[in-house]
Design a protein around this ligand. Sequence first.
Ligand code: PEP
Length: 257
Amino acid sequence: MKPILVANWKMQLSQAESVERLTALRLGVKDFGYAVHMVVCPSFTALERAKETLITSKIQLGAQDMFWAEQGAFTGEVSPTQLRELGVTHVILGHSERREFLGETDKMVAQKVESAMAHGLTPIVCVGETAHQRNDNQQESVIVQELERALQCTPPPSENQMLYVAYEPMWAIGTGEPASPAQAELMRQVIVRTLQEKFGAELAAHRCGVLYGGSVDAENISHYVRPDSYQGALVGGAGLKPETFLALLTSIKQQFS
Ligand code: PEP
């Protein structure tokens, strides 16, 4: 399976800055080949210009969230069909910042994952324990429960579909303190087992991928994203600058070639 690098630009950049960075990225990946799936998730407000900037590029466009319904009286929300219209192929769902600051629940995440799959978008479903839960040694049960709930309405991925799960310990996001490779690997195995129980070994191996996220940088990415471990990374800070994004890509490519 091809590795993947997903950059979550959060609410960090203006539309003009997003276009500027995507233009640089587009040039930077020109000779990169198709060895790694590359996905950038700008703010909603930059998606239209991002689509124009990325036409014929190898970089795919992701969104940072979406609503589950296709249309209706849902003030402020963005639907899967509206995202498809903007050329979006991937969508981050259940990011811990949304769970923490916007009250997003497992049930809401479940509805979003089901809807994303039904509308041909590739979901990147985020799960992760708090520092408190890890101190209480509850990380495994928390992740299993979060994932089972997030996937409760989701049918098995079909032949051309992928479903990604991002393990993002909340204490590692934006702190400069990533999970140790051993901690991360243990949690990857928990996630893989949960996916196998839900979809069966075959689909879990070929239609599901597990990403690590939380203070990933160009120096440490090779500890996580390797042929015998995580299939990719979801990055915040390190994905914002074209030069660091390209350094991450280079490391992944080296690991997988
Ligand atoms: C994130 O917010 O999903 C994330 C992984 O951020 P960072 O890479 O900055 O820790």
